[in-house]
Design a protein around this ligand. Structure first.
Ligand code: ADP
Ligand code: SF4
Ligand code: MG
Length: 385
C-alpha cells in the first residue's frame, strides 16, 4: 500500500438485510482501501457480498431496508453519514458505477445519445449542444466507431460489446475519480471481454481514475487488478497486491479459485478442479471458519474458531484469514502449484484429512454443517461479533 491517503477507505463495513427467514449477513465487517490510479479487484463466487458492498458504498442499499454500519471514507468524507441528497451529488459524478445488470444503466426506449446527454447534464450546467459534443467525445473515447452517427441509435442496435462500451461512456460522463465496475465482462464472449478489459486499463491510465472491478473470475482480475480482495460469505478472506496473490496465494479458497480457472491453469496444462460444494446461506453461516464445510484442509478446531484477517509473517501487506500454520500453508501451495491434488498435498505435509466429509452436494452439505455446528458452537465464545 502507498503511504498517501487512499481515495476510498472502507472500514468494518457491515450490511444486513432483515428478512422473513432471518437476517442475511451480506457483508460482514470488511475493510479495504482503493488508491488513486490503481485497480482493486474484488473476487468471489456468486453470493459472497460483492455487489451489496459496492452498492452500499454509494448508498444504494438504503432503500432496500439494509442495516449498515462501518465507515466509507471517500477523500476523507464518510459517505455512510451523508444524506441521500448529498450522496446524489457524488453518485455518477465523483464515483460512477457500471452495474451488473446492463438494463439498469441503458434504457431500451431511449436513444444512446439522449441518455448520454442526460448523464452529462445531471451534474453539469451545460447547453444541450455542448452536452452532445461531450457525448460524441465519450463514445469516441470508449472506442465506438463513427460516434456522432451511433449517438442516434437505440441500445438494441448495439452489439453486446458496444453496449458495454456505451455503459462505460455513461459512467465516464463526469470524469469520476472512482469507477466501480460490477461484473463488467460477464455476459460477453472471451474476445470482447479482453477488449473491454483493455479499454478499462487504457481509460484508467489516460484519465488517472481508480477502479474497483468486481468479478467471480480470478482470470479477469489477473488481467487488470493491482490489488486483490478475495471475498467469501461476506468477508474478505485474503487481500494483497495481485503480484503477491498470484505468486503465493495463502487461503485455501483462493487456491480453489485459482485451480478452477481455465485461463490461468491451461498454460500449465493442469486439470481444472472446481471447488466442491456450494457457497453457504448468509442467514445461517457455518460455524467457525465459514469455509470449513468445503475446505479440504479443515481441521477439527476450524469448525469452532472463526479466523480473523491477519498479516502473513514477513509480508505485512498480505492478509489472510486461515487457521493453518503459515509454513503448512506455504508447503501446501508448493505441492498444489506443482499439480498435486488436495489429497496428495495434504499427505505430503502430514495434514490429517478433514473429519467431516468435505461438502460434495450442496444440500446435503449444508444440512450436515448445520447439525454439526449447533453441537459445537455452544461451548465456545462467539468470535468477531
Ligand atoms: N435486498 C436484499 N435483501 C435480502 N438479501 C439480499 C438483498 N440483496 C442481496 N441479498 C443477499 O446478499 C447476499 C450477497 O449478495 P451479492 O452482494 O449480490 O453477492 P455477489 O455480488 O457476491 O454475487 C446474497 O445472499 C443475496 O441473496
Ligand atoms: S481455517 Fe481451516 S477450514 Fe478455514 S480455510 Fe483455513 S484450513 Fe480451511
Ligand atoms: Mg454480484
Amino acid at each position: 500500500m502507498s503511504a498517501t491517503e487512499p481515495l476510498l477507505r472502507v472500514e468494518e463495513l457491515r450490511v444486513e438485510f432483515p428478512t422473513e427467514d432471518g437476517v442475511v449477513h451480506a457483508v460482514d465487517g470488511i475493510t479495504y482501501e482503493v488508491h488513486r490510479g490503481r485497480t482493486l479487484g474484488i473476487v468471489g463466487e456468486s453470493g459472497s457480498g460483492k455487489t451489496v458492498s459496492s452498492l452500499t458504498t454509494l448508498g444504494l442499499t438504503r432503500a432496500q431496508g439494509a442495516r449498515v454500519s462501518g465507515r466509507i471514507l471517500f477523500e476523507g468524507r464518510d459517505l455512510a453519514a451523508l444524506s441521500e441528497r448529498e450522496l446524489r451529488a457524488i453518485r455518477g459524478n465523483e464515483i460512477a458505477m457500471i452495474f451488473q445488470d446492463p438494463l439498469s444503466s441503458l434504457h431500451p426506449f431511449f436513444r444512446v445519445g439522449a441518455q448520454l446527454i442526460e448523464a452529462v447534464r445531471v451534474h453539469q450546467d451545460v447547453s444541450r449542444a455542448k452536452a452532445r459534443e461531450r457525448a460524441v467525445e465519450l463514445l469516441g473515447l470508449v472506442g465506438i466507431p463513427d460516434p456522432s452517427r451511433r449517438l442516434d441509435e437505440y441500445p438494441h442496435e448495439f452489439s453486446g460489446g458496444m453496449r458495454q462500451r456505451a455503459m462505460i461512456a455513461m459512467a465516464l460522463a463526469n470524469d469520476p475519480k472512482l469507477l466501480i465496475a460490477d461484473e463488467p465482462t460477464t455476459a460477453l464472449d472471451v474476445t470482447v471481454q479482453a477488449q473491454i478489459l483493455a479499454l478499462l486499463e487504457r481509460l484508467q491510465r489516460e484519465l488517472e481514475m481508480a477502479i474497483v472491478i468486481i468479478t467471480h473470475d480470478l482470470g479477469v482480475v489477473a488481467e487488470v487488478a493491482d490489488d486483490i480482495a478475495v471475498m467469501y460469505a461476506g468477508r474478505i478472506v485474503e487481500a494483497a497486491s495481485a503480484e503477491l496473490i498470484f505468486a503465493g496465494p495463502e487461503h485455501p479458497y483462493t487456491w480453489g479459485l485459482l485451480k478452477s480457472i481455465p485461463s490461468l491453469t491451461s498454460a500449465r496444462k493442469e486439470r481444472l478442479v472446481p471447488i466442491q460444494g456450494t457457497p453457504p446461506s448468509l442467514i445461517r453461516r457455518p460455524s467457525g471458519c465459514h469455509f470449513h464445510p468445503r475446505c479440504p484442509y479443515s481441521q477439527p478446531d476450524h469448525a469452532r474458531i472463526d479466523p480473523q484477517l491477519r498479516p502473513v509473517p514477513e509480508e505485512p501487506t498480505h492478509h489472510v484469514a486461515c487457521l493453518l500454520e503459515p509454513d503448512v500453508r506455504k508447503r501446501l501451495w508448493v505441492e498444489l502449484s506443482a499439480g498435486r491434488t488436495a489429497e496428495e498435498a495434504r499427505a505430503s505435509v502430514g495434514l490429517p484429512a478433514p473429519q467431516e466429509p468435505v461438502a460434495g452436494a450442496g444440500a446435503a452439505a449444508s444440512a450436515g454443517a448445520g447439525a454439526g455446528a449447533s453441537g459445537i458452537v455452544g461451548d465456545v465464545p462467539e468470535v468477531g461479533l
